[in-house]
Design a protein around this ligand. Structure first.
Ligand SMILES: [Fe+2]
Length: 323
């Protein structure tokens, strides 16, 4: 990829033969054509914008933006919830992704439907409960779809490898916390059943990617019981919410929504006085591999894009005889 105008000029002059002319003419007069110098100078004067998304590691600063990690850990971590209203990471999991994911049913692991089972917490995990006292038949795809149409909330567990950005976010968090997990909460309409007020034994980061969600945060932390409401608010796509471990909270669905919960346990003996940050790339999470095949090479050994056959040109190749 060209870094600037200098690279483009170099390529263009090579391709059109101007370069040969420049070298020949300057050669006749015994002067250096200055190609390399010119290329670098033009690149410096007219640089192209680099695609920042490429190869750029997601940092905790990016994730918590506009709050800095220092403010986060000193003022909020383990103490109080944090609402970050902004317009970021909306594409981590969209309705299109949900559609693709659900169409794979039943070839998926641990799909959960809220309010399916009348006992317990109302959650039914479709492929864990195959025997024992909770045993229920596996549902057919059209039955699952009907439950969605009726307004049931679905939870997609182990979702962190749904895309690279989400893996990068988890990996970055795991420098500060233990290895975590991601669940995606999806609801089709307002008043879809969600969990009652509860607390979790993990640090929770909630990325909102579709629709709006009403949150209720309670003053109490477990093992106390939730009594007093601390704050109620509505978050939407692009917003981030942090809820400390053990703090009580509740979600109400006020329309179709997708919410990604990324949660982690704290590292053993982690404290502000003795804060342990794992070095980049030193965590236990398996990395995101690029499974794409290598691109073909040209004579110079450079990687080239394969040209696709255009229009009817393919016919010439395969049908030399007149058809
Ligand atoms: Fe929760």
């Amino acid at each position: 990829m060209d870094k600037g105008f200098g690279d483009t000029f170099e390529r263009f002059s090579k391709a059109t033969g101007i370069k040969w002319l420049i070298i020949t003419v300057t050669g006749w007069f015994g002067v250096n054509c200055g190609c390399e110098y010119r290329r670098k100078l033009f690149n410096k004067w007219f640089p192209y914008k680099q695609n920042k998304k490429m190869n750029k590691k997601i940092t905790l600063d990016d994730i918590l933006d506009p709050i800095t990690p220092k403010i986060f850990f000193t003022e909020y971590w383990n103490k109080k919830h944090l609402i970050i209203r902004r317009n970021k990471f909306k594409n981590l999991f969209t309705w299109g992704d949900f559609n693709h994911y659900m169409n794979q049913y039943p070839a998926m692991k641990g799909l959960q439907i809220l309010d399916y089972r009348k006992d317990g917490d109302g959650r039914w995990c479709l492929d864990k409960v195959r025997n024992g006292k909770w045993k229920l038949p596996m549902l057919k795809k059209d039955q699952i779809y009907k439950l969605w149409e009726e307004g049931k909330s679905f939870i997609l567990p182990f979702a962190e490898y749904q895309n690279k950005e989400l893996v990068d976010i988890c990996s970055e968090f795991e420098r500060y916390f233990e290895q975590g997990q991601s669940n995606i909460y999806c609801s089709p309409k307002a008043n879809s059943k969600s969990f009652p007020a509860h607390s979790d034994n993990t640090e929770n980061f909630l990325f909102h990617t579709e629709g709006k969600v009403k949150w209720t945060i309670y003053k109490e932390f477990a093992p106390s019981k939730p009594k007093e409401i601390l704050e109620e608010f509505i978050l939407e796509a692009g917003d981030l919410l942090y809820i400390p471990q053990y703090q009580y909270h509740k979600v109400d669905t006020i329309g179709p929504r997708i919410l990604i919960s990324v949660h982690f346990r704290n590292k053993d003996k982690q404290s502000l006085d003795n804060f342990n940050i794992t070095q980049l790339g030193n965590n236990k999470r398996s990395k995101w591999y690029n499974w794409l095949p290598e691109k073909p090479f040209n004579k110079k050994g450079e990687k080239v894009e394969e040209r696709r056959m255009q229009s009817n040109s393919w016919k010439k190749r395969y049908f030399r005889e007149k058809i």
